[in-house]
Design a protein around this ligand. Structure first.
Ligand code: KIV
Length: 278
């Protein structure tokens, strides 16, 4: 028996389970992951939903925005993440971000790409940014049986349109538009909705107005769940300090110290020791 076979498998988190969690007032814990090792840790720690976010474009590949990442790159990350949870309890749901311009051209093209992503990955769902403009596409994709998570508020794929990463929907007009978009996405068949960087009162109103779960990031505590980018919450992304990120570790310092000690040991001839040699 190898170490993988010895891990106890648990019931997989499904869209239905997330709905039950909302109904029962159980909060949903979601985090991003882009690789096998991290996905294993997240699944082992009981994270409900792992998002293979297009934030990989920033924190994994070093781009300034999420726009450059491709469908093939997202599939590559997702395969690694799915292998990670399969090596553990296989409990976490895996959602993959559809990258910029993989769903905006037409519903047809979006469906083809969503289908490719689902077939190539054994993931559970796709995520798409936007409201009214993509509602028809969301319906087309959910109609064929592919679960879609929506994403409203600060939508990083539209950063060049908005020109900043400021809090969204502070004024009533934008807030009402967001509320309408949330209802439209639910009607189109979305199973959950990420709300990014919007006032907490508005997120609470959206959460009360729809029956699908809301997952907040910088959207206050009333949401049905929360999501953070793993690199931010582990303190691996030291230049980024928005108010909504709680740092649960300082891995930048931990890794820097470990790597510096290793380099010093190698230079001194201290590593490897006899016991570390064959
Ligand atoms: O790409 C991402 O990491 C996301 C989260 C911020 C929700 O979309």
């Amino acid at each position: 028996m190898n170490s993988r076979e010895s891990v106890k498998k648990l019931p997989h988190v499904t869209t239905r389970r997330l709905l039950e969690m909302k109904e029962q007032g159980e909060k949903i814990a979601m985090l991003t992951a882009y690789d096998y090792t991290t996905a294993r840790i997240l699944d082992r720690a009981g994270i409900d939903v792992i998002l293979v976010g297009d934030s990989a474009s920033n924190v994994f590949s070093g781009h300034d925005t999420t726009l450059p990442i491709t469908t093939e790159e997202m599939i590559y990350h997702t395969r690694a993440v799915v292998r990670g949870i399969q090596a553990e309890s296989s409990r976490a749901m895996v959602v993959i971000d559809m990258p910029f311009m993989s769903y905006q051209l037409s519903s047809e093209e979006a469906l083809r790409n969503a289908g490719k992503i689902m077939k190539d990955n054994e993931c559970d769902a796709v995520k798409m940014e936007g409201g009214k403009v993509i509602a028809g596409t969301v319906k087309r994709i959910t109609d064929v049986g592919i679960p879609v998570m929506g994403h409203l508020g600060l939508t990083p794929q539209s950063i060049y349109k908005f020109g900043s990463y400021k809090v969204r929907a502070r004024d009533r007009k934008e807030a009402e538009e967001l509320l309408r978009d949330a209802v439209l996405l639910e009607e189109a068949g979305a199973f959950a909705l990420v709300l990014e960087k919007i006032p907490a009162d508005l997120a609470a109103e959206v959460t009360r107005s729809i029956s699908i779960p809301t997952i907040g990031i910088g959207a206050g505590r009333a949401c049905d769940g929360q999501v953070l980018v793993i690199n931010d919450m582990l303190g691996l992304n030291t230049e980024f300090h928005p108010r909504f990120v709680r740092r649960y570790a300082d891995l930048d310092s931990v890794m820097h110290e470990a790597v510096s000690r290793y380099a010093e040991d190698v230079r001194k001839g201290d590593f490897p020791s006899e016991g570390e040699s064959y």
